[in-house]
Design a protein around this ligand. Structure first.
Ligand SMILES: O=C1O[C@H](COP(=O)(O)O)[C@@H](O)[C@H](O)[C@H]1O
Length: 259
């Protein structure tokens, strides 16, 4: 399965509507997919719009149309901090959505990146343990499950997951995860999916809002080198979708983005 370089772009008026529309899109995508396959594997993102999207999922009555017992949740990246730290993407996702889903979402279906503790002292140890968990759900000789939807936020520098411009993790291949040191965005220690893992997803959705992201959005959609704008390398095998607010789309050519 080869990732496709063509990208679709949808622009919403503002960040609030972007999060609500992304939540609606995600819920319908899950309901549709559940009509013909199970279980589903969804990769969550941290970041401003990513967490607002999860909160919008929690607030939607359509969430009850999804059979959450057949949905597995993963993360595209994690800040390497102790369990329960408020800066962990997992903690924020639990607060925004997972707690609200309650018993509908079995605990065993939630696969956070291991947190910093005595048994997991380094990002590399967490990355290795997370890769092992991913491999448990993989088939067809793959390293990760066939993700149905993989959500990614994007930083103003063009990073996705914890793949930062010029950082070694951008070039890691052959493995599903990597430890990250010296992230330019705090905290410095992180764990990330690699591009190998991301590009195996059926659908990759990059969600970004705000004028400070406009330059990186335009760069990624013009297929800049991933060493410069990592988001350019975020591709799905069936679809790559960019979901933007008007401010983030401001530097795109009129009418959207080139493929
Ligand atoms: O640190 C992170 O940042 C990005 C983007 O965050 P945003 O607040 O600028 O939207 C996010 O995608 C990533 O998961 C997270 O770890």
């Amino acid at each position: 399965m080869t990732a496709r370089a063509a990208r679709d772009v949808v622009v919403h008026p503002d960040a609030t509507l972007l999060a609500q529309a992304t939540a609606a899109r995600l819920l319908v995508a899950l309901v549709d997919a559940q009509s013909h396959r199970a279980p589903l594997h969804v990769v969550l993102t941290g970041g401003t719009v990513g967490i607002a999207t999860l909160a919008a999922v929690a607030a939607s009555p359509v969430r009850d149309a999804v059979d959450w017992s057949q949905v597995h949740l993963w993360w595209g990246d994690e800040r390497f901090l102790p369990d329960g730290d408020g800066d962990r993407n997992e903690t924020q996702a639990r607060d925004a959505l997972l707690t609200a889903l309650g018993d509908a979402l079995p605990t065993a279906n939630v696969h956070p990146v291991p947190a910093l503790d005595d048994t997991v002292p380094t990002p590399e140890a967490a990355a290795e343990a997370y890769a092992a968990e991913l491999a448990r759900y993989a088939d067809d000789g793959r390293q990760v499950p066939r993700f149905d939807v993989l959500l990614l936020g994007m930083g103003p520098d063009g990073h996705v997951a914890s793949l930062f411009p010029g950082h070694p993790a951008v070039d890691v291949d052959g493995v599903a995860t990597a430890g990250v040191h010296g992230s330019p965005k705090p905290p410095p220690l992180r764990v990330t999916l690699t591009f190998d893992a991301i590009r195996g997803a059926r659908e990759v959705w990059v969600v970004a809002a705000g004028a400070e992201k406009a330059t990186a959005v335009a760069s990624a959609l013009a297929s800049a080198p991933v060493s410069v704008t990592p988001a350019a390398g975020a591709l799905g095998t069936e679809r790559t979708l960019w979901l933007l607010d008007a401010a983030a789309a401001a530097d795109l050519p009129a009418g959207g983005a080139p493929a």
